[in-house]
Design a protein around this ligand. Sequence first.
Ligand SMILES: [Zn+2]
Length: 234
Amino acid sequence: MKPPAIDALLSVQSHDMRHGALDKQIAEGPRVLAGADAKIAAEKKAFEDKKTALNALERERADLRTRRRTLEDKLTKYRTQQAEVRKNDEYQALTKEIEQGEAEKGAMESEELELLFKIDEAGAALGEEKKAHEAQLAVLQDEKNRLAAQLKEFETERAAEAAAYEKARAAAPADWLKIYDQVKTQGKRGPWVVPLKDQMCGGCHIRSSSASVQNADGKPVFCGNCGRIVYVDA
Ligand SMILES: [Zn+2]
């Protein structure tokens, strides 16, 4: 027979352990939420980095265009000068400048064209990725909301468990409760009140002859190995 005090302790233990588990999960809450925030931030940053890379290409192109236009103005000036010079050597010098400038302008135009392709490609890729990015952000935000809601539920449940724990303690015999608290302070993991099956302790799973239980005298019996309170569930 399981003494009634064991039932009272099992109720205390059940609320005790659930309360402890909730404490742990609530304590981890800030870290879990920060992890969710970090995922969101990383997703945003990866997309922003791509936008920044595209902007850099556009700036590069604008800069190149400005330099090409400056060169074109210079070439126009050379051609005007060339039409006005009288001396042959001056004419030749300007021809050389114009030839060099034209070659430079050609190289710039090729470079601009290449940049333009790159910009088009990057822009198209970004457009494609925008949808995937937004979908992923929504998934991550949902995940964060779910975790936050779960945490709130844990907090509500913890308050209820704390109350139920106190109520269960009030209903348990004081002497057994004292022993329960002592077993707990020995640093074993819960459960601290465990069934004994075929002389095997439900806490440490070691067969122990010293833990044969009658509970006849209504006193707590302990596992000879781990010291947990044992009972025969019959
Ligand atoms: Zn044991």
